[in-house]
Design a protein around this ligand. Sequence first.
Ligand code: C5P
Length: 232
Amino acid sequence: MGKDVIIACDFPSRESTLEFLEKFKDEKPFVKIGMELYYSEGPQIVRDIKKRGHKIFLDLKLHDIPNTVRKSMAVLSKLDVDICNLHAAGTSEMMKAALEGLTREDGTRPLLIAVTQLTSTSQEAMQRDLLINEPIDNVVMHYAKVAKEAGLDGVVCSPLEAKKVHSEVGRDFLTVTPGVRFADSDVGDQKRVMTPAQAKIEGSDYIVVGRPITAAQDPVEAYRRCVKDFVD
Ligand code: C5P
C-alpha cells in the first residue's frame, strides 16, 4: 500500500457515518473506524463500509493478555479490515500473539501497527503514573523498535516523529500520523500539528485526518485538498 489519506470517521452512529460517506461520489476514501462507532454499532458497521468499497483502519487499540489478544485479532481479521492496531505496552509477546491471530489460513493478514505512548500522555504523567523515567521520545522510539522486532508493520505517531522513526527503525516501517491541519484551519484540541504537505516532507506514510475533513463545509473538497498536498 502506498501513501494515502485516512479519514477519521469519528461519528456517533451508523446513520451519520453513512450520510457522510455518501457525499463521496467519485472516490472511495480510506476510513478509520474508532471505538465510539464500533462500540455503538458493532462489527456490522465495518462490514457495511467495507462492502461500499472503502479500505478500513480499525482503531481499537487492543491491550490484554496474549491469549485474549490472539483470539480477538482472529475475529477482527475475519472482518477483512486493512489495518488494525494495539498498544505496544502489551509487550512483544502480546504483539506476536496478535500477529498469529490476525494471520488467515491463506497467509494473508491486515497490517498491524502499534500505539507507542498516547500523545495525551505527558512526560510528567508517564513518570508519576507509570513510573517510566526515560525521556518520552526515547520511550516512543524504543516501543517502535520492539514493535518492529515483534514483526509489526508500523506505528501510530506524530508527523513530527515520522522521520526519526524511519531513520531509527527502518524506512519500510510504516508511520501513520494523526495531528494534521491545513495552515488556515482550526487546530482544535490538537497541540503539535502539521499540514498535509509538511507531513509528506517528513515522510509520513498515511495521514489520519478527522475534523479538517469531517467538519468542513465541503468535505469532498477538503479531502481532495489533502490528497493533492500529501499524495500527488
Ligand atoms: O479530528 P482530528 O483530525 O483531530 O482527528 C484525529 C484522529 O486521530 C482522531 O480519531 C483521534 O482519536 C486520532 N488520534 C490522534 N492522536 C493520536 C492517536 C489517534 O489524534 N495520538
